[in-house]
Design a protein around this ligand. Structure first.
Ligand SMILES: NC(=O)c1ccc[n+]([C@@H]2O[C@H](COP(=O)([O-])OP(=O)(O)OC[C@H]3O[C@@H](n4cnc5c(N)ncnc54)[C@H](OP(=O)(O)O)[C@@H]3O)[C@@H](O)[C@H]2O)c1
Length: 302
């Protein structure tokens, strides 16, 4: 997809824009809009028109400053919040807003893809444990979390903090991303394959697979910059699964709804790392193959 060419002089410059008018994008946007202008870039003009009429986010009706990809404003900073299969399109749109920087807060590892699409622009990936889900046109925040961003994006922290989000600069964002990847690598595919809430992953029979995934993952992640050993890695994963025992992981929700999953940005990216390091990770390879079998055929949304 090619966004409209820039005619910069006639376009309003938003302090912040969010590409992706879904659960998390609208959750962030609704609270940010209460303290300043925020633009939301939707997949197409029809969706943008609907959002401008208003959307329900939690207890409030929110009229979104929404734009389609061919009517883009300018923005100082851009946050990408599309599902990972849409990253490249979203990053190209982000770059067309002519920002100072583009920040992905997606799950999985998308930083390389975002940088490639953004060219010389500053582009990076943070992490967030904010939560929200979407049921038709209703967005329901599902728990406050914390948002960590790379040092170059302190301006985004200021904007998020002003809106009441817990956000901070994380000096070692690489390790923070890898720690989140570890958890996602173990919890998401198993929850999707066994169709169980997170707590069940810590019990037999799934626990066996959870332990195998962690055992294969930690040496690869440690070589990439995540300082932990096998028992610390397992404790971290089990801790998250137990703390979210009743939750359905996002990959399980995607599978149950017949949507594409984010397996390529999670297990797929991890397998590329393992391959480069020459480390065998057969359980992750099997999990990738099995989850892909659950996905619908790819569709063209343009
Ligand atoms: N939801 C959470 O609690 C949560 C928590 C932490 C991290 N995350 C991560 O945040 C990311 C977004 O998750 P989500 O739950 O918000 O997903 P979502 O509800 O599916 O929202 C994604 C939105 O992006 C839109 N989109 C797709 N391609 C686009 C494009 N090229 N331009 C503009 N918009 C586009 C989609 O449009 P359509 O509706 O037309 O498809 C959809 O509205 C994912 O990586 C997820 O893992 C989510």
């Amino acid at each position: 997809m090619n966004p409209a060419p820039a005619t910069a002089s006639h376009r309003f410059r938003y302090p912040l824009a969010i590409v992706g008018a879904g659960a998390l994008g609208l959750h962030f946007a609704a609270r940010l809009a209460a303290v300043g202008p925020v633009a939301v870039i939707a997949r197409n003009a029809e969706r943008a028109t609907a959002l401008r009429a208003g959307v329900q986010v939690g207890g409030m009706r929110f009229r979104v400053d929404a734009f389609g990809p061919h009517e883009l404003p300018l923005a100082e900073w851009v946050i990408i919040l599309v599902k990972t299969g849409d990253t490249a399109d979203a990053a190209r749109i982000a770059a067309a807003l002519q920002p100072k920087g583009v920040l992905s807060l997606q799950n999985g590892l998308t930083v390389d893809q975002v940088r490639e699409a953004c060219g010389p622009l500053r582009a990076d990936q943070g992490i967030t444990t904010e939560g929200a889900f979407r049921d038709g046109d209703l967005i329901t925040p599902s728990g406050a979390g914390e948002t960590l961003v790379p040092p170059d994006f302190s301006a985004v922290v200021e904007l998020l903090s002003k809106a009441g989000f817990v956000a901070r600069v994380e000096p070692d964002i690489v390790a923070a991303r890898l720690a989140k990847l570890l958890v996602n690598l173990a919890i998401n595919p198993l929850a999707a394959l066994f169709r169980v809430p997170n707590g069940a992953l810590c019990e037999p029979p799934v626990r066996l697979y959870l332990e195998a995934l962690v055992r294969e993952a930690w040496p690869v992640l440690r070589a990439e910059g995540l300082e932990l050993d096998e028992s610390a890695a397992l404790a971290r994963v089990v801790g998250v699964a137990q703390a979210t025992a009743d939750n359905r992981a996002s990959m399980l929700q995607d599978v149950l709804a017949g949507r594409r999953t984010e397996i390529d940005a999670i297990t797929g990216v991890f397998l590329d790392m393992a391959l480069k390091q020459g480390i065998d990770t057969p359980t992750h390879q099997a999990v990738l193959t099995l989850v892909r079998l659950l996905e619908p055929p790819q569709q063209d949304h343009t």
